[in-house]
Design a protein around this ligand. Structure first.
Ligand SMILES: Nc1ncnc2c1ncn2[C@@H]1O[C@H](COP(=O)(O)OP(=O)(O)OP(=O)(O)O)[C@@H](O)[C@H]1O
Length: 324
């Protein structure tokens, strides 16, 4: 667990980047720091792995104060992914991923085997990409190499600073999905910095909204931040389209399904899992020209969802949030 207590950072020129920050990130939790440019998100992230020293307060990981630890040793347990991945241009992809295990004394053979496994894990077919050079990869593929490299030492904590920032919106959503799948498998403790509220509510178990000066304006689940903004600043930042944003954080509710019996199996095109979000349901519905999708719980189809059902579910979810 990561715990920040009364953390502040004033740079030498007097800039107050962060002040009085109290925040906890649970074991295995994915927390997104979000906020406008210059509000202290990156500074806070870099204080966790001691790339920047705080001026006040303490930061603990699993109960141990990071300032008492050797920075090199500390960073061994903390993967770090940044937007400009910083790959070595004259080294093959596999060699780039091997760097960290080699640095920590792994044998070449073990480091290579691990690197190839990690490439596979992040969706880069080793047979195709291992011997390529960074300039022979797309931006999204390079980003995946960055994630693989950060995972190479198998750190329990992962810090990610705008990790999907350098790619176009379509690739970005794909990388987000892939990372979430990976995270479900690996269960790392992750802090991800983004200025994109959509990314934050999609990815985060919890979202920390930062305001200028590193003030924590709100810390809660995506549904709480969207449904009950703590103040005008958060409401403004979350924006007027927050109703639409709730699509991604609202699960399908059985109460809004139509019974399955009226619909013939042939009319039931796509089928979606009952745990899916309304956003996923809407995406499937838009791809299918039948205007109705089946909803299944395990092997059993428990009902069908129509555009009208999605509309009712979304309205109900907004009403719940506003009355809570
Ligand atoms: N080395 C430095 N010296 C002085 N001021 C700095 C330094 N680094 C950052 N700052 C200032 O500290 C504040 C917080 O910067 P920080 O990079 O943490 O913000 P951020 O929220 O990550 O922004 P962005 O989303 O634009 O990356 C800004 O006002 C920035 O100009």
């Amino acid at each position: 667990m990561i715990r920040l207590s009364g953390v502040g950072k004033t740079y030498d020129d007097g800039t107050v980047a962060v002040q009085g920050l109290d925040l906890e990130v649970g074991q295995g939790e994915l927390v997104c720091f979000v906020g406008p440019s210059g509000c202290g998100k990156s500074t806070t992230l870099k204080m966790i792995n001691r790339l920047i020293e705080p001026t006040t307060g303490t930061i603990e990981i699993d109960g141990r104060d990071v300032t008492g630890q050797d920075p090199v040793e500390l960073r061994r347990g903390i993967g770090y992914v940044i937007q400009q991945v910083g790959l070595f241009p004259h080294q093959k992809i596999v060699t780039n991923v091997m760097t960290v295990p080699l640095l920590y004394g792994e044998s070449k053979a073990t480091a290579r085997r691990r690197a190839l496994e990690l490439m596979d894990l992040v969706g880069l077919e080793p047979a195709t990409y291992a011997d390529r050079y960074p300039h022979q990869l797309s931006g999204g593929q390079r980003q995946r190499v960055g994630v693989a490299r950060a995972l190479a030492a198998n750190p329990p904590v992962l810090l990610m600073d705008e990790p999907f920032g350098a790619v176009d919106p379509v690739v970005r959503v794909r990388l987000q999905d892939e990372f979430l799948r990976l995270q479900r498998e690996l269960g790392k403790t992750v802090v991800l910095v983004t200025h994109d509220i959509d990314e934050a509510v999609r990815m985060g178990d919890r979202v920390a909204v930062f305001a200028t000066g590193g003030r924590l304006a709100q810390y809660g689940t995506p549904a709480e931040v969207l449904g009950r903004p703590a103040d005008d600043f958060v409401a403004d930042f979350v924006g007027s389209t927050r109703g639409l944003r709730r699509l991604s954080v609202t699960r399908i509710d059985r109460a809004h399904l139509e019974p399955v019996d009226g619909v013939t199996t042939g009319a039931l095109g796509a089928v979606i899992d009952v745990d899916s979000s309304l956003e996923e349901a809407l995406a499937v519905l838009l791809r299918d020209d039948r205007g109705v999708i089946g909803v299944q719980d395990g092997p059993q189809v428990v009902g069908v969802l129509t555009p009208d059902g999605i509309h009712r579910a979304l309205r109900a979810s907004l009403a719940d949030a506003e009355s809570a």
